[in-house]
Unconditional design. Sequence first.
Length: 301
Amino acid sequence: MERVKGILYAALSSSTFGLAPLFTLLLLAAGYSSFEVLSYRWGVASLFLGGLGVLSGRSFRLIRGEFATVFFLSLFRAATSLSLVIAYQHIASGVASTIHFMYPLAVALAMMCLFREKGSMWVFAAIGMSIVGAVLLSLGNIDFTQGNTALGIVSASVSVVSYGGYIVGVRKSRAVEIDSTVLTCYVMGFGALYFIVGGLFTGGIRLETDGTTWLCILGLALPATAVSNMTLVQAIKRIGPTLTSIFGAMEPLTAVVIGVAVFGEPFTMQGAAGILLIVAAVSIVILHSGRRKPETMRRTK
């Protein structure tokens, strides 16, 4: 049951995180700077998680070693968000997302090189299929003529390393012993502080009063940030970083559904092929992991 829960959490995390580009691009189009977008995103998310934790009676007390772990994890997670927002501003969001979806490779390589996790042909096949699927889903939106292409590609590549580092760090550090809501709240809170300071040094942060804009902020902060990150931690604790990272390939599925339903984008044969590859990759991982003895994991507090 723990493995099933982990798979469900991973699927929910990747699906809700797939909403982030939509709301981010809407706020950027409204004139928000990168630091403004992220200050509201992480600030509102941390307040929501803090309130949720208090109402449910969770303890936010951290010992010294745990505090240092949370601090370093927040740096990795904040770097991921900032690098992706910068990438969205300089290259097509589909290209940035395609590069970002390569983080399962970073996770798998880190686990094998640093923690001696045994490699699996099935895992590598699933990673390859998910990446190809993400590429096919994004081909219709590729445009290398906007902004600083080199900066956009480098920024998206940074997100691969930082997000992979965050996923591995959650599973292979003291963070695994911290309640998921509490851990995510601290990570979000630290991130909000980083971005607020950055905003104050780069033109300030506006106080938003427009209702429509606040809907975008809440959409970005709650499902695409608070829910996605909280369920990500739950998934990592139950099924490990490698399997969790595979489910990140479900994020472009969310983007395709939104594009077709909200913006009336065409649904091409390339997109259909990409979806089939991603679904096949996820199915392979589920079936293969079901034949293996589940990794010994600590239950979430």
